[in-house]
Design a binder for this molecule. Structure first.
Ligand SMILES: [Zn+2]
Length: 594
């Protein structure tokens, strides 16, 4: 249970607008009274993710995920409830005083990183050789240096350590933040970053999670990063995303480059939809992060062998994430930074705009490796293409690729024979994979009347009293829980807005259910009539359950030879059946619950 009083949660909740918060993560488009976006929780091409400003809820009609603003942040940013609450409280200007525990440690780390960033920026201002390096040697503008908060770590062994201790940061927190390295003789610590240009790495909340450092000269290692800490996880951060996400969302396309300087050089050249993978291959988590903003990625990697292999590794995982992928590699020995420096940003743009699609790119690479004029060479190329083809999420795209591959390699004389060959090989591969990843079909609701009543209560609070008085017990445990919360809030006279109900439920599945029922357009024309029908159906269902129980008892009594009892139970049964028949006659047509 959360240690925060419900009143504080309500306060934070009331001050946050779900549309405003979600639009920081997704590209929301107006759709009637709601907003629509591509769902970040499942793969899709047409948006089925709905945000309702009125209900303060989101719901995906594709995968069923839903909830309020807290649920969104918890799911999307992988936060605990407390973390989501803190984040929103900060945005809303609500102080959560005296809340001890889980986040204290990381907020101290954020504070330390903020301090270190400012310290490095100050040192850059005071060190002309470092400024010259950035301005003259790398050709960066002062604005870009400021935008990326670039800094400089002095060469002394303990410049940061001393300054941080003066400011009251403990050695322990500096170690936890990855800013110190233990001396070889184990007698104390010294600064990790020395005589290096510093690139702070920001999260999407625009707080520093870690640092990268580049040597001023050719000293090895040329680049150095923060180690994994409580805040910095290499595999799920993307350099520059906090600056580029808006541009990426606007054009639906992300340019992925490798290094810090690549990102900055491309950004300075006026291309804003760029992020850095900070490694040779892209991880799935990085791709998921981009997926929130873009459906297309263009990878621009260094022209060396390792760069190409890395590009190909990144490519397969992006297909699995349902991306449209294009790639371009730069001439041997060039990276985006040096390429733009040498050839200008227009040439770079051209190169990006005619980036090859997946098949072309990988085929070109494999043609260099194998002799595509021989049967053996062709077989090798197909074999290496299979894992890539297998990951193409869209079936039409996939068959298009297979067709093209068969044609390109002129397999089997007739192209169709080649296609057949590739398909057979592909099926062999696919049957090896588990198919457990298939989304489960939406279940038919066995309690439609209960569903209707919950939906009506969520959308028309004036119906709550009547339903509470007449409904009896809900049979479905999920609906029962939701009904209890609605009744409780209603009794307290607190507004039972659907978004608030979600705060109290604290269960993923039920949250999604509430959101769906609240946001979905209800199929009722006449609410009073719908309530009456549903209530009647619930009573009727109760009768059915009674009859079933009686039938069971009749069977038992019959076996025991208790004729009297059997007769009495049969009479009871008949009585109830009678009630059901008369209910049916009296009831409205076309609303049977069977
Ligand atoms: Zn979804």
């Amino acid at each position: 249970m959360s240690p925060v009083p419900q009143s504080v949660i309500d306060e934070v909740y009331a001050r946050c607008d779900i549309v405003e918060i979600i639009s920081g993560y997704l590209h929301l488009q107006p759709a009637g009274r709601n907003f629509r976006a591509l769902c970040p929780f499942h793969q899709e091409k047409t948006p089925s993710f709905i945000v309702s400003p009125e209900k303060q809820l989101f719901n995906c009609f594709g995968c069923g995920t839903g909830g309020n603003v807290f649920s969104f942040l918890m799911k999307h940013e992988h936060l605990s409830f407390m973390e989501a609450l803190r984040l929103l409280a900060e945005k809303a200007g609500v102080t959560l005083s005296g809340l001890g525990g889980e986040k204290e440690a990381s907020s101290a780390l954020f504070e330390l990183n903020g301090f270190a960033k400012d310290f490095f920026i100050k040192c850059l201002g005071e060190t002309s050789k470092a400024r010259d390096y950035l301005l003259k040697k790398r050709g960066l503008s002062p604005e870009v240096i400021e935008k990326f908060c670039l800094g400089y770590a002095p060469p002394d062994r303990d410049a940061l350590l001393r300054k941080a201790e003066e400011e009251g940061f403990s050695e322990r927190i500096l170690i936890e933040g990855g800013l110190l390295i233990q001396r070889r003789d184990k007698e104390g610590y010294y600064d990790r970053f020395r005589n290096r240009i510093i690139f702070p790495i920001f999260n999407l909340a625009e707080k520093v999670v870690g640092f990268g450092g580049r040597a001023l000269g050719d000293e090895m290692p040329l680049y150095m990063n923060s180690p994994e800490t409580a805040l910095y996880h290499k595999s799920d951060s993307l350099y520059g995303l906090h600056l580029s996400r808006k541009a990426i969302a606007e054009c639906g396309k992300a340019l992925i480059v490798e290094g810090y300087m690549d990102v900055i050089a491309v950004f300075q050249a006026g291309i804003r939809n760029v992020v850095g993978s900070l490694g040779t291959s892209l991880t799935r988590r990085q791709l998921r992060l981009i997926r929130r903003y873009a459906q297309e990625v263009v990878m621009v990697y260094d022209g060396d062998k390792a760069g190409i292999e890395a590009t190909l590794r990144g490519l397969d995982s992006s297909l699995a994430e349902g991306f449209s992928v294009r790639l371009t590699s730069l001439p041997e020995g060039e990276d985006p930074d040096s390429f733009i420096g040498r050839h200008g940003s227009e040439t770079f743009q051209e190169r990006v705009s005619c980036a090859a699609d997946l098949l072309e790119y990988k085929l070109g690479f494999l043609r260099n490796r194998y002799d595509s004029t021989t049967v053996g060479g062709k077989a090798s190329i197909v074999r290496e293409m299979l894992p890539t083809l297998e990951k193409v999420a869209n079936a039409i795209e996939k068959s298009g690729y297979i067709k093209r591959l068969a044609e390109e390699l002129s397999l089997g004389g007739r192209a169709s024979l080649g296609e057949e060959y590739i398909l057979t090989e592909l099926h062999k591969l696919e049957s090896k994979e588990t198919r457990a990843m298939q989304p489960s079909p939406i279940n038919i609701d066995p309690y439609p009347a209960e569903r209707s009543l919950i939906q009506i209560m969520l959308q028309h609070s004036n119906m709550v009293d009547r339903i509470k008085a007449e409904a009896g017990e809900f049979q479905c445990s999920d609906y029962r829980k939701i009904a209890e919360v609605i009744f409780e809030l209603h009794q307290d006279g607190r507004a039972s807005g659907a978004g608030r109900i979600v705060n109290i439920l604290g269960d993923d599945k039920i949250e999604a259910l509430v959101s769906r029922l609240a946001v979905e357009a209800a199929p009722f024309e006449d609410i009073e009539l719908a309530v009456a029908d549903a209530l009647r159906a619930m009573r009727n269902n109760e009768r059915k359950r009674k009859i079933e129980a009686l039938e069971k008892r009749i069977e038992d009594a019959d076996e025991e030879g208790e004729e009297e009892l059997v007769k009495r139970l049969q009479a009871e049964c008949q009585q109830i059946t009678q009630e059901m028949v008369s209910y049916r006659r009296g009831g409205k047509l076309g609303k049977s619950e069977d």
